[in-house]
Design a protein around this ligand. Structure first.
Ligand SMILES: *Cc1c(COP(=O)(O)O)cnc(C)c1O
Length: 428
């Protein structure tokens, strides 16, 4: 395909895109930048700029401690309710607190304690390392002989549901997986694997960090017990924005928060020395929330809700399929390997390309060609297609710059520098 044909086709796809105008709701400080990392840090909504000003100058500056009564105290539930609408949960089943890792720790310990006598925890090696660290620590901390069984992927891209089903047994207390895995973008079947856990009497805990905001999720339909997830990726909540946790209503009173604190106590302002957990999801709170970050997630959540998760998913598939076609015709001949499932039904909204020169290419794209992908060892150039603001023109431009790097041999310089020096940036 010639460059002109490609531009024309992308232009046609953008013209027919019902979500095209959402791009204008985000700050785009560098018009030439191709941002392919919305799965790691979503863009800044313009409305969040205004809100930040109001939060700091009026809410904090003028209202001072009265802000807690105005809005701050209710924020964990109010933002949680907005997320509930995106994941097929009821508003009172989701709350915002801490980070994803901390929430995973809280819910995994709570789940293990709710299944006494069972010592198995099942996950897979495509899961996010932080999740596995946290699960291993939960197992050790309880001192009851819990063991983490990590199912291995055969191809580094996917794990078959049957391989997980094989190791879930009557000893299993908890199955914990990432819905969409962070490296390859492979998507587990939420309903099928939840059923696998339930059939053996285990609880199921899903990490939705890489799917929420880009893939329709129906926790009720899948009868999911527990879930956690991130708000700074496809939800555009801002760097380090706090995370959410979901507990199915009938389980809420059965589970206890291993990180008990005053924010999760019934009538917290009694300052009573005894701990009585609050009713409902508030019991999963620990200490004072990061109000500024928590409040800042609202504009991003509202944009995702306005776009509608079904339309976002449709566009996400179209963006990825467009890219896969360009990969086949332009990039595969240059040594790029697709390290993600080919079937869109088995993917989230990002794709990984492997290349023998992966890291050097990643660095050349960032330094010289105004492309921001990210890199996940050993050789994955990870490309996020955040459907809320990524255009088909971006996808065409991305493919053409990926091609340009290799055709012009621009990676050579970086191959040397990262091997020899400390110039490799910490975040790539
Ligand atoms: C991004 C991500 C996290 C992030 O966890 P933090 O505690 O916010 O650092 C956790 N799990 C998965 C699967 C992720 O993709």
């Amino acid at each position: 395909m010639t460059g002109d044909e490609l531009v024309a086709e992308a232009g046609g796809l953008d013209a027919g895109d019902p979500l095209a105008s959402f791009r204008n709701e985000f700050v785009a400080a560098e018009p030439n930048l191709v941002y392919a990392d919305g799965n790691s840090l979503g863009r800044l909504p313009k409305a969040a700029v205004e809100l930040a000003h109001d939060l700091v100058t009026r809410q904090w500056g003028e209202r001072l401690i009265r802000g807690w009564n105005d809005d701050w105290l209710d924020l964990p539930e109010r933002m949680g309710a907005k997320i509930a609408g995106l994941i097929g949960a009821d508003p009172d089943e989701v709350i915002i607190a801490d980070s994803t890792t901390v929430n995973l720790f809280k819910l995994s310990v709570a789940a293990l304690q709710a299944r006494p006598g069972r010592t198995g925890i099942v996950s897979d090696d495509l899961n996010f390392p932080s999740d596995l660290h946290s699960l291993a620590q939960s197992a050790q901390l309880l001192g009851q002989g819990h063991e983490l069984d990590v199912v291995e992927s055969q191809d580094g891209i996917s794990v078959a549901a049957a391989s997980i089903a094989e190791v879930v047994s009557a000893e299993t207390a908890l199955v914990c997986l990432s819905h969409v895995v962070f490296k390859s973008g492979f998507r587990h079947d939420l309903r099928e694997l939840t059923e696998v856990a339930h059939r053996r009497g285990a609880l199921m805990l899903w990490d939705l960090s890489h799917s929420v905001g880009s893939v329709p999720i129906d926790l009720h339909a899948a009868d999911v017990d527990l879930a956690v997830g991130c708000t700074y990726k496809y939800l555009n909540g801002g760097p380090g924005a706090p995370a959410f946790l979901y507990v199915r209503r009938d389980l809420q009173e059965q589970l206890s928060n291993p990180l008990a604190g005053w924010m999760g106590r019934a009538s917290m302002f009694d300052f009573d020395l005894s701990y009585e957990p609050a009713a409902g999801m508030r019991r999963f709170l620990t200490g004072t929330p990061a109000v500024l970050s928590l409040a800042m997630m609202e504009p991003g959540l509202d944009l995702v809700a306005a776009a509608g998760i079904d339309r976002l998913r449709q566009k996400s598939i179209a963006l990825c399929e467009f890219f896969v076609r360009l990969w086949r015709s332009e990039l595969e001949p240059l040594g790029y390997r697709l390290q993600s499932p080919l079937d869109p039904g088995q993917r989230g909204s990002h794709l990984s390309l492997g290349h023998d020169d992966g890291l050097a290419i990643d660095l050349a794209l960032i330094e010289e060609l105004a492309v921001i992908p990210d890199f996940r060892a050993p050789d994955n150039i990870r490309l996020g297609f955040a459907p809320l603001y990524t255009s088909f023109a971006d996808v065409a431009e991305l493919a053409s710059r990926l091609s340009q790097v290799v055709v012009e041999g621009r990676q050579a310089k970086y191959r040397v520098s990262y091997r020899r020096s400390t110039s490799r940036p910490t975040v790539t």
